[in-house]
Ligand binder design. Structure first.
Ligand code: ARG
Ligand code: ASP
Length: 722
């Protein structure tokens, strides 16, 4: 009897763990104790909520930073050493690369601190504290005022809160809205601006598998790079200076050498960018049927052209690699997202939810509460929004989607040339030089022209004429004499415009004067840009802003209503690029009938993929030697395998890249870098069966640093736990 009971308890526990708690959710560190701690403990977490986030003592949050503008990074030594993803530092690595010093292809390792490379503009941001300021933000707000008044009051309150919060300190403050404006938190940050590149593997490790393997499991990418944070002698943030010293962080992560096994607790602590879990079916429809397909089509065309150019020369490869990676990243994610949403019947599920919601709303209608018309309003708004959304995607992705026109966008200040005095002209010339350098360093005229042709063609053919820039009249003119008037239009633009050619641009800038203004007004690419912008301002953003304004306020009300409709459900707030904890378990999965994907990959898989003819699969010689000699040091697992990556059920999104992945004891076991393709719809709908985050096994990073790069001095800085 006792035994039967025990078995029953075991089964219940199993069911409870596995089925009752899906691993969905990105939680607020300050509120873990209240909402998540019991669940975390049940899943295996061994520390306290205070160990994760505390204002009174050092906690894990003190080791985590926003890296640059869109990634996460973490401290791993008392000398300011930081680890993040190779793809997060890609822009910096690319900027330091030239044909002579091609760090993208060969990697880079500073022998000592004096060789570390500064990165102007790159910052890391620590969180000092966070606080619920909802009451203060909403002071003076009531149901009686208009949305516009509400907006004004909130803005004023936030300005006051942030300026008071950091008075007489070197900190920065920001207030962010949670649950679509139903709750507000204040964040106090410390921002460091001297961040230097310490080491990066070659792309053949750090970006192994390239865009082909991107968003995919099984994965073999050694996606990491090392930086170091410097500060003034007083320990405070300071602009780059030779005299700066390495930052001694309040906390850095110890590194586990033990690895993980299936079922292990893992936690990701970082900065997820944005999710849309609570949107209505109409919004999901827009994403699946309009937004994603348009962007996929445009970017697919761009990639055809860029990939071909990159194959044709090593210089264009360097010039276009960062651009290609970012274009391809979104393109592939959206393809996966549509598939995942279809597989989940996302629209149908939302509609079913909405049917129940509507019944509830109609039956609970009272004098001061009426949620009955939320959904019908949404329906109307999304119908209105459709054509503007479409045109806006086309302007941003296609119309303004090549470099020559992008340069004109960045130099709209040229409008001030008209009647400018000497100082203004000088300032404009200086700005133009620097922006021109930025573009032309990575510019190939023939490639850009091809892009221009295809982007113009897409815009011309797919976007309704009411949104065509006036200058398209030229295409009409060319059509009388040319079989392909778009090519003729491009020939004209690229042979005449000063923005399409480096030498012409430099000459133009060197001779800049108020008279240049009239040249600009005849410059085809400049004129085209102005016409696109005019269309955007007069015919799109005006309308779409008005609609979105109403949608935003509806989102706030709908969020609140959903929480009232399901009072027993624990709602996590959508990601908003604030620090979050997500936790789950190491877990294999079944991507399709009869296929099981194991939860980890090994170096053997790298060798299986080796193909010297394909840039992304060209395994470096040194790595092959280490493999043949099984020279894995102490970085192999119990069975002697060198593991590369693993997967878990942590709910992550863009921005979580570079986030520390921690075991039950708060030790670093990996670096988050991606999700699986079957799970990319998790921004909109999470599926515990299919959604996995992809994590670099920290031991592979250490192996590369030590055995591949011979940078043992960096390992010695770290705190390894055996
Ligand atoms: N998919 C990952 C993320 O969204 C990594 C992207 C970088 N890698 C690439 N091959 N483009 O950021
Ligand atoms: N690769 C993403 C990032 O850069 C992470 C993700 O979307 O899963 O943040």
């Amino acid at each position: 009897m006792a035994r039967k009971f025990f078995v029953l308890v075991l089964i219940l526990k199993f069911l409870f763990n596995v089925f009752v708690y899906a691993d969905e959710g990105m939680w607020i560190p300050l509120l873990l104790e209240k909402y998540n701690f019991e669940d975390m403990k049940a899943k295996g977490f061994k520390l306290t909520a205070e160990d994760i986030y505390s204002v009174n003592k050092t906690s894990m949050k003190d080791a985590i930073v926003i890296f640059g503008r869109g990634c996460t990074g973490e401290m791993i030594s008392e000398k300011g050493l930081l680890i993040t993803n190779h793809h997060c530092g890609y822009g910096q690595i690319q900027r330091h690369s030239s044909l002579e010093n091609d760090y993208l292809t060969h990697g880079f390792w500073a022998k000592d601190m004096s060789q570390e490379l500064p990165n102007p503009g790159l910052t890391v941001t620590f969180l000092i504290s966070m606080e619920d300021v909802t009451e203060k933000v909403l002071q003076g707000v009531s149901d009686k005022i208009t949305e516009a008044e509400r907006y004004q009051i909130i803005k004023k309150n936030i300005d006051k809160i942030t300026s008071e919060a950091v008075k007489n300190t070197h900190y920065k403050a920001r207030v962010e809205s949670f649950y679509n404006g139903n709750q507000y938190f204040l964040f106090i940050n410390e921002v460091f601006e001297d961040v230097r590149l310490v080491g990066t593997p070659p792309s053949s490790i750090g970006k192994f598998g390239g865009d082909t393997d991107n968003w995919m499991w099984p994965r073999h990418t050694g996606d990491f790079a090392l930086f170091r944070v410097y500060c003034g002698k007083d320990g405070k943030p300071a602009p780059y200076s030779k005299d700066n010293v390495p930052l001694k962080p309040r906390k850095y992560f110890p590194i586990s050498m033990k690895g993980v096994v299936e079922g292990d607790f893992t936690m990701v602590f970082g900065y997820p960018g944005s999710t849309s879990q609570y949107i209505p079916s109409f919004a999901v429809q827009e994403i699946m049927n309009e937004t994603d397909p348009a962007r996929i089509l445009i970017r697919g065309k761009k990639l055809d052209i860029i990939n071909q150019a990159m194959e044709s020369s090593p210089l264009t490869r360097i010039q276009y690699s960062a651009k290609a990676a970012s274009i391809a990243n979104g393109w592939k994610k959206w393809i996966g997202e549509i598939r995942g949403l279809k597989r989940l019947n996302a629209i149908e599920r939302k509609i079913n939810f909405e049917t129940e919601f509507q019944k509830w709303a109609d039956s609970t209608k009272t004098d001061d509460k009426n949620y009955s018309n939320i959904l019908s309003k949404y329906k109307e708004l999304y119908a209105q929004r459709s054509k503007y959304n479409f045109a806006s995607i086309y302007i941003n992705e296609a119309g303004l989607g090549c470099d020559a026109i992008l340069l004109t966008v960045r130099l709209r200040s040229f409008e001030n040339l008209k009647n400018a005095d000497k100082n203004t002209v000088e300032a404009l010339a200086k700005e133009a030089k620097s922006k021109g350098d930025g573009i032309f360093k990575d510019y190939d005229e023939q490639t850009d022209k091809k892009l221009f042709i295809e982007m113009t063609r897409l815009y011309y053919n797919n976007v309704p004429a009411e949104f065509h820039p006036a200058y398209f009249s030229m295409i009409g003119k060319f059509s009388k004499k040319h079989s392909d008037p778009i090519v003729a239009f491009a020939d004209y633009c690229y042979s005449k415009s000063v923005f399409a050619n480096k030498a012409r641009f430099e000459k133009f800038v060197n001779e800049l004067s108020p008279k240049s203004y009239s040249i600009l007004q005849k410059d085809p690419i400049y004129v085209l840009m102005k016409d696109y912008i005019a269309v955007f301002q007069d015919k799109i953003s005006n309308q779409i802003d008005k609609i979105d304004y109403v949608i935003d306020s509806l989102d706030r009300i709908y969020m609140k209503a959903q929480m009232e409709f399901q009072p027993n459900r624990l709602f996590f707030p959508d990601a908003n690029f604030t620090l979050r904890v997500t936790y789950g378990q190491v877990s294999s999965y079944y991507p399709a009938d009869a296929i099981k994907y194991n939860y980890f990959t090994t170096i053997t898989g790298i060798m299986e993929k080796d193909n010297p003819d394909i840039y992304d699969y060209d395994v470096p010689k040194k790595l092959k030697e280490l493999y043949i000699n099984k020279d894995f040091g102490s970085y192999a697992d119990k069975d002697g395998n060198l593991r590369v990556a693993f997967i878990a059920t942590n709910h992550t999104t863009g921005g979580n890249s570079g986030s520390p992945v921690l075991n039950a004891y708060g030790e670093l076991v990996g670096i988050n870098f991606d999700r699986n393709w079957e799970g990319t719809m998790s921004d909109i709908m999470y599926d515990p069966e299919m959604c996995r985050n992809i994590i670099l096994d920290i031991r592979y990073a250490l192996f590369v640093i030590d055995k591949y790069a011979g940078a043992k001095h960096l390992i010695e800085e770290m705190d390894l736990r055996y």
